[in-house]
Design a protein around this ligand. Structure first.
Ligand code: FMN
Length: 199
């Protein structure tokens, strides 16, 4: 069974996290969820969803879901000996990105990310901030150079989204793609002939 770590931080865009966790909870996976205090608060503020309540729903699916305590550095996921197939942080705050890029690992989220980097395992960050300052860009660039995938929460419009759900699905689907998780969350680009008529 694949083991994944999913992080939620206090950046805007918790709807992406909800969509991803909804999709993953329907699969045979071991999911370790790490929510920061701000992540939980911002999600409740933005979506009205309480993590504890949503967990009850997700636990009805086939996934084995472990809710991690962000302050518990004794968790298995804090160690390189924990065999993990990948970690996704979405949305990822600039604060979390800065700490990870500097190797500061005082919480379980940042420690688990640090472990992914040192063990050369897939780590994907979905940052959400605008505009990005030189500090943000430098941190993201440094992470990218370390092999971390930076997948900004930037939905595409070429598939002609009709609703907010379409926009959310696009980013959640791209995040799943980045870890090689097959999905049909969003409509993929199928190409277009140069001389094809506009519809
Ligand atoms: C409503 C709200 C929206 C926020 N949106 C963002 C955001 O989009 N990006 C970001 O980097 N920080 C955002 N913040 C600030 C972070 O929550 C803050 O930096 C926090 O310390 C992040 O902590 P964490 O990484 O431990 O979750 C937001 C805060 C609030 C209250």
């Amino acid at each position: 069974m694949k083991k994944l770590i999913i992080g939620l931080t206090g950046a805007s865009g918790s709807a992406y996290f909800l969509r991803l966790a909804d999709a993953l909870s329907r699969r045979e996976l071991e999911l370790h969820l790490i929510a920061t205090e701000h992540g939980t608060q911002v999600m409740e503020y933005e979506t009205g969803v309480r993590l504890e309540e949503r967990l009850l729903l997700w636990r009805q699916g086939p996934a084995k879901i472990i809710e991690e305590d962000n302050q518990n550095l004794f968790s298995p996921v804090a160690s390189g000996s924990f065999q993990c197939d990948g970690m996704l942080i979405l949305p990822c705050s600039m604060s979390a990105a800065a700490q990870i890029s500097a190797g500061i690992s005082e919480t379980l989220l940042t420690r688990a990310a640090d472990v992914m980097i040192k063990e050369k395992r897939p780590l994907v960050l979905v940052p959400r901030e605008t505009p990005l300052s030189p500090v943000h860009l430098k941190n993201l660039y440094r992470l990218s150079k370390l092999g971390v995938t930076i997948l900004p929460a930037m939905p595409g419009f070429y598939n002609r989204p009709q609703s907010m759900d379409d926009l959310i699905d696009f980013v959640a689907g791209k995040a799943m793609d980045s870890l090689g998780l097959q999905n049909d969350c969003y409509r993929r680009w199928e190409g277009k002939e140069k001389n094809e008529e506009k519809d």
